[in-house]
Design a protein around this ligand. Structure first.
Ligand code: AN7
Length: 360
């Protein structure tokens, strides 16, 4: 039986005797060591934290379970969020399972089809906003201020509390904190949560240090790096297409207190990382998730020393959310044949130009 985040880490969470200890099996995700890419980068210890293995396919479930438990505890009638897709999928799943109405606002036409399908299947009320995520979040903040409905975006501190458990798990798995954590940054809740987790665990003596937090935004959606909001954020990584992050200040604090950076990666670098992770490590992730590894590649090329460093890349969501993107962006040859063994022979025995790509 899976414990879930509330039971496993309840002593570090805002759990009271009246908090329902709900779970959908979130947390306890694999931390897998790199087999190929780490060596190529000169990094002896590179790990991937596979948050796409959570029940709705992203890290959001860790925070959502706590936010929904607290909403239920408070007797709330409904939960509501704005989302680039994963938060809405997670809210809708927990809302459906624990019988609380779920309302999600998503930027119209801008979220991956798998995420929208999830929100629909789990039974959320979906409003498609003719605008960006930032517009949607602003509407949700106003609406939940005026109605007795619980806001479950990461501006809800219970979300951050739940998500910090991923940091705990990394320390529990490695026996200490790593030297570096590479992580994508959108609304900046996750980098805030990991930092909180690492700092708390360190204060309790579970680790000898805290990691440098290395956050990456997409070039066309990089408000924190630019130092001002971006009104029309653009990137192939729809999950982090966010121009005015809610947790901006705490992301800066995470960067500065940990001695890390928040930097950009281009869509080209994101898609290269996306394809490398899948073809060289067997990790099919979202483009937003690939931004973290793209950032590692970028900083390595700029001379970041990785020898004797323990590095963890957070793989925030599964690539299955956006299958169309893979088909569009990854060059892979599909050979069509008749159901005839001679055609199989012909297809496999004739050397093809790019049957094995070496450039990633
Ligand atoms: C796969 O679902 O903001 O910096 O509304 O889905 O904590 O926002 C998703 C963000 C990274 C960025 N990777 O995390 C939403 C949403 C994936 C994501 C991020 C998101 P934050």
């Amino acid at each position: 039986m899976v414990e879930g985040v509330l039971r496993k880490y309840g002593q570090f969470l805002p759990v009271s005797s009246s908090t329902p200890m709900i779970t959908l099996g979130e947390g306890d995700t694999p931390l897998v060591k790199s087999t190929r890419l780490g060596n190529e980068l000169g990094c002896d210890e590179l790990y991937f934290k596979l948050e796409g293995c959570n029940p709705t396919g992203s890290f959001k479930d860790r925070g959502m379970v706590v936010a929904v438990a607290k909403a239920l505890e408070a007797g709330s009638k409904a939960i509501m969020c704005a989302s680039t897709g994963n938060t809405s999928a997670s809210a809708a799943a927990y809302g459906g399972r624990f019988n609380i109405s779920t309302i999600v606002l998503v930027p119209k036409g801008e979220i991956a089809s798998g995420k929208l399908a999830q929100a629909m299947a789990y039974g959320a009320k979906i409003l498609a906003v003719n605008g960006s995520f930032d517009h949607a979040l602003s509407l949700v903040r106003t609406f939940t201020n005026n109605h007795p409905i619980t806001l479950v975006n990461s501006v809800n501190p219970n979300r951050i509390e739940g998500q910090k458990t991923a940091g705990f798990e990394i320390v529990d798995s490695l026996g200490d904190a790593p030297d570096y954590v590479f992580i994508p940054v959108g609304n900046a809740g996750n980098i805030t949560a990991y930092t909180k987790g690492f700092v708390e665990y360190h204060a309790l003596g579970f680790s000898s240090k805290t990691p440098k937090m290395m956050g990456f935004q997409a070039e066309g959606a990089a408000p924190i790096v630019l130092g001002h909001p971006v009104s029309n954020p653009k990137t192939v990584a729809s999950a982090i297409r966010i121009g005015n992050p809610a947790s901006w200040e705490s992301a800066l604090a995470a960067r500065d207190q940990s001695g890390g950076v928040i930097d950009t990666v281009s869509d080209e670098q994101i898609l290269a990382a996306y394809s490398l992770l899948a073809s060289r490590e067997g990790i099919f992730c979202e483009p937003a998730s690939a931004a973290a590894f793209a950032g590692l590649v970028k900083l390595r090329q700029l001379g970041l020393g990785l020898a004797n460093q323990r590095v963890v890349c957070i793989i925030t969501g599964t690539g299955l959310k956006d299958p169309d993107l893979a088909a569009r962006s990854v060059q892979s040859e599909i050979i069509e044949i008749e159901p005839d063994i001679r055609e199989v022979e012909a297809a496999l025995m004739t050397p093809t130009k790019h049957s094995r790509r070496e450039d990633g």
